[in-house]
Write a protein that binds this ligand. Structure first.
Ligand code: 6R9
Length: 646
């Protein structure tokens, strides 16, 4: 832990939208009288019908409901597009930077309007109506934003599936939300490699009999199979429809999107976000946390397949009339200077990325950074996992030339937007700390018994009351929503994260306290990887845990018990890694597999993950009490055969 404090500079305090005094006053007001605070803040978006009720929330598990602005009506795409046509029709809305540095595009708000309307009309022509679910499986191209906003325009609920997911993962998500239309592209491009998106979709659809329409965007021009009746090319359909489309009037609590995310048990859950509260919160956090001011060029390197891409590439920035950069590629192609070259090329002012990317670039030394200018940069951001102080300091000194504050933003798919983060003109930063809560957010640290801990302490992180961007339910499984977040600590939202609060009231997120892994900022359930492993014909049983990994933050360590008669070979190890890549995604591939004749289990048959975690972490001194195990001798065997981390 670093003890250095980086105070707000006088220039920042003077130019920022929120300075220290304003932060303190508004934060206090937001907790004292949430109704008044949010009534005013909600005026930042255009309402078709103004709301009269601000907040209607109960965290009581027996009567759980979360509603914001519930009698108001709006259209999210109108807020992100149409309303900017008056003041900034010719301002660039989206800068697209292709995988190949020779490819880029700029889309103005006027053009964005036409593109979104056209896409909406294509969806309507394929029979999509208000309330229908549409799956989007696209690479990082502007059409991903057009498609999301087109759904919002006609009241359809989008479910974006990350383009790195396998056919099986797509199928599970399509079936879960019953979507009948899929939007994809011929191929994606990342680091010069092609990703067969349409072929993956075709494979997935063998398991999705309900899908009637596949709309394919031509991107690379690669050869793909088209099934007559079901598959259409987007450009052919778009040529047949007008570039103008009446927006649907949506209630504030009508669903905007579903986004699947991993939990500690079972299959990924469909996190449901609604329209009014989500947009108010995404827009507000984008403006204040990034101190977004007119004319700024803003770049978030996330993928639209994750929540960060939803809130901070598309909805937040566009609601604010910002210029948002969308990058198709990867940090190390064609060279490890790529991020910094893109910053110079497009004169980026605000840059938001993940610690894992920073750690991988840091390894290359300062040279690839220093050969670029980066003079345009004013603010840096971090998201997805705890940032280690070493990476924080490198980001600050090398990337930002010691000039740019860093906002370490803690939040989750479930929270819709940032909950804990410095505001750059108001809050001094400490490397590795997400610092203080955003307006209206009341963090609480509890012990495992649910006792609320005061002052300097550590424990599990809960949030005491609702904020407008909070998820509303798990799609199709409200009970799972209640059970996952509201049972363990009654009356509070449980985040699943552990944290420490220091003497200044700063929060230091220490990572998940449940069976969720965070691998390169990607969320994965240990249960998902285990069920992929046991689906292999030679595997009897599997247990997966995380271990500290220099670049990825956490690596995946899998203990595998083979079926009787199967031999643990190097070949089989490789085969299992490939198997998981194919079953879920390359991001879920185990880094290390240890063949184990037996796993440590309690007498009731529960796998003792605590012990497996310790062994994976190389911490043999601290295995705890093993006497309750059904067969304590398995532990010695596991320790002896532990995989070398290399
Ligand atoms: C936005 C996003 C959520 C989990 C979350 C936590 C970890 C995210 C963090 C952070 C420490 C930060 N996390 N940001 N941990 N500091 N600044 O990443 O959403 O994919 O749902 O992941 O990521 O563990 O619970 P999601």
């Amino acid at each position: 832990m670093s003890n250095e404090v980086f105070p707000v500079s006088p220039e920042w305090a003077a130019r920022a939208i929120i300075d220290e005094a304003r932060y303190k006053a508004l934060y206090e007001a937001s907790l004292r009288d949430p109704d008044t605070f949010w009534r005013e803040e909600a005026q930042r978006i255009d309402w078709i019908k103004p709301f009269t009720k601000v907040k209607n929330v109960s965290f009581d598990p027996k009567n759980l409901h979360i509603k914001w602005f519930e009698d108001g009506a709006l259209n999210v795409s109108v807020n992100c597009v149409d309303r900017h046509l008056k003041d900034r029709p010719d301002q660039v809305a989206i800068i697209w930077e292709g995988d190949d540095p020779k490819n880029d595009r700029k889309i103005t708000y006027r053009e964005l309007h036409a593109e979104v309307c056209r896409f909406a009309n294509v969806l309507k022509a394929r029979g999509v109506k208000k309330g229908d679910r549409v799956t989007i499986y696209l690479p990082m191209i502007p059409e991903a934003a057009y498609a999301m906003l087109a759904c919002a325009r006609i009241g359809a609920v989008h479910s974006v599936v990350f383009a790195g997911f396998s056919p099986d993962s797509i199928a599970g998500r399509v079936v879960d939300c019953d979507s009948t239309v899929i939007i994809t592209a011929d191929e994606g491009l990342r680091g010069g490699r092609k990703i067969p998106l349409k072929a993956n979709t075709d494979e997935a659809l063998k398991k999705c009999p309900g899908v009637t329409s596949v709309i394919t965007v031509r991107h690379t021009g690669g050869d793909v199979a088209m099934q007559a009746g079901r598959d259409v090319w987007y450009h052919e359909e778009a040529a047949k429809v007008p570039a103008d489309c009446q927006p649907e009037v949506m209630n504030a609590e009508d669903p905007l999107f579903i986004l699947y995310t991993s939990g500690s048990t079972g299959k990924p859950k469909g996190v449901l976000h609604t329209s009014g509260g989500y947009l108010v919160y995404a827009s507000m956090t984008h403006q204040y946390v990034f101190d977004y001011q007119d004319g700024d060029i803003y770049w978030c390197t996330a993928d639209v397949g994750w929540v960060t891409g939803h809130s901070y590439i598309v909805y937040g920035p566009l609601a604010n009339g910002a210029t948002t950069l969308m990058f198709e590629g990867v940090p190390n192609y064609p060279s490890t200077s790529r991020f910094w070259e893109v910053i110079d090329k497009h004169q980026v002012n605000i840059f938001y990325t993940a610690p894992t990317a920073l750690r991988s670039l840091m390894r290359e030394g300062d040279g690839p950074v220093k050969k670029t200018s980066r003079k345009s940069l004013r603010l840096l951001g971090s998201v997805g996992e705890p940032i280690n102080p070493e990476a924080w300091l490198w980001y600050h000194r090398v990337v930002g030339d010691g000039r740019c504050p860093i906002v370490d933003t803690w939040w989750q798919t479930e929270t819709g937007g940032i909950l804990i983060s410095p505001l750059p003109g108001a809050i001094a930063q400490k490397p590795g700390s997400a610092t203080l809560p955003f307006f209206g957010v009341k963090p609480v640290v509890v012990d495992t018994e649910g006792k609320v801990l005061e002052g300097e302490t550590s424990g599990n992180l809960c949030i005491a009351d609702s904020w407008p961007g909070q998820m509303r339910t798990v799609y199709g499984d409200h009970q799972r929503f209640i059970d996952t977040y509201f049972i363990q600590y009654p009356g509070m939202y449980f985040t699943g994260d552990g944290c420490r609060r220091d003497a200044d009231g700063y929060y230091w997120i220490t990572g998940r306290v449940d069976d969720v892994l965070n691998v390169s900022g990607h969320r994965l359930g240990t249960a998902e990887v285990e069920s992929a492993l046991v689906a292999h014909a030679k595997v009897a049983e599997a247990a997966v845990v995380g271990y500290p990994h220099d670049i990825k933050g956490q690596g995946i360590y899998a203990y595998v018990t083979l079926n009787a008669g199967e031999q643990p070979t190097e070949e089989l190890r490789k085969e299992l890694v490939q198997w998981v890549r194919k079953e879920i995604s390359p991001i879920a591939a185990p880094d290390l597999i240890q063949f184990a004749p037996g796993l440590p289990k309690t007498r009731s048959g529960k796998i003792m993950r605590r012990i497996l975690r310790k062994i994976a972490e190389d911490d043999f001194s601290n295995l705890g009490d093993t006497s309750t195990l059904a067969d304590p001798t398995v532990v010695g065997d596991l320790v002896d055969n532990r995989q070398n981390k290399g």
